[in-house]
Design a protein around this ligand. Structure first.
Ligand code: SF4
Length: 283
């Protein structure tokens, strides 16, 4: 892993276009790159000058050592804003144990009070900051990515990320602390749908269900081929809808699901995937 300490020029990235636009004012990424190495990660779709080859994704991380300092500098932007933390890295990847950048950024956000803050991670390390997150309870929600119920599938697609059991413990711990949580099933990976619902339903108030997009930058096209039956567009959409219905069953909904995008993509292995996202709010 190539780890580089850098000094960023800004830390709050305005969200004018893309899926966060309209929902969030800024994204906040204390790191660039991600050691969790998810093979489907969409971030390499938007390459930087220093890291332009998607095949290198997961091999490098840049540590924005001045991130907390930049929040102080940009504090006028924080108050009353909506911040997604993080959109292009995992803020609680294991380098956080060394740098504690996300922790220090949280301390700054507590001081300057955004109106809405979403923390998004696959990592149980976030629980080490529970005391800080609790101080933001009135504005914070935490999204935990859990993309399958099958640990062997998880190891293949997300080789560097924490185990599913760890993530479930995380959902449980946050709920027990009174923090609003949602599960992000994005992208939905091959799974046993019945068992997946049983795993998640006790712990989630909201769920985001996303698709396997951008096959052209996927680092494990062999996995897409091997699981082609599961990703077959009409079947894939059926499973997504079924999961949605089952997880929501018996709960009141302030709003239903909204189809965000629906377009066909073709990858090198000639696998088609329907781009479909189901956004479930206030389940
Ligand atoms: S944890 Fe998120 S940012 Fe990191 S590789 Fe996986 S999808 Fe990409």
């Amino acid at each position: 892993m190539d780890v580089t300490e850098i000094r960023a020029t800004s830390i709050l990235t305005p969200q004018m276009v893309g899926s966060l636009a309209g929902h969030y004012t800024y994204s906040l990424n204390p790191y660039a790159g991600c050691a969790f190495r998810c093979s489907y990660c969409y971030v390499p779709k938007f390459p930087s000058a220093r890291h332009s080859d998607y095949r290198d994704w997961g091999k490098w991380v840049e540590v924005k050592v001045n991130a907390p300092e930049l929040i102080r500098k940009e504090r006028a932007l924080v108050f009353g804003s909506s911040i997604f933390f993080s959109s292009a890295t995992d803020p609680y990847q294991y380098l956080e144990l060394k740098y504690r950048l996300s922790r220090r950024c949280l301390k700054e956000l507590i001081r300057y009070r955004p109106k809405k803050l979403t923390l998004h991670t696959r990592s149980h390390l976030i629980l080490q900051d529970l005391e800080l997150i609790t101080q933001l309870r009135d504005v914070v929600q935490v999204g935990i990515s859990i993309t399958t119920d099958d640990e062997s599938v998880c190891r293949e697609f997300e080789p560097g990320a924490p185990a599913i059991a760890r993530r479930l413990e995380l959902l449980k711990g946050l709920r027990a602390a009174g923090i609003e949580v949602y599960a992000s099933i994005a992208p939905l990976l091959p799974c046993n749908p019945e068992r997946f619902v049983q795993l998640l339903k006790p712990y989630v108030d909201k769920v985001w269900i996303g698709s396997m997009n951008y096959p052209e930058i996927n680092n494990r096209k062999d996995l897409l081929s091997r699981h082609a039956d599961f990703f077959e567009p009409s079947q894939y959409e059926e499973v997504q809808k079924w999961l949605y219905d089952e997880i929501c069953r018996g709960r009141s909904r302030k709003s239903g699901f909204k189809r965000q995008q629906d377009e066909r993509l073709t990858n090198d292995a000639d696998i088609q995937a329907r781009q479909l996202s189901l956004l479930l709010t206030n389940v």
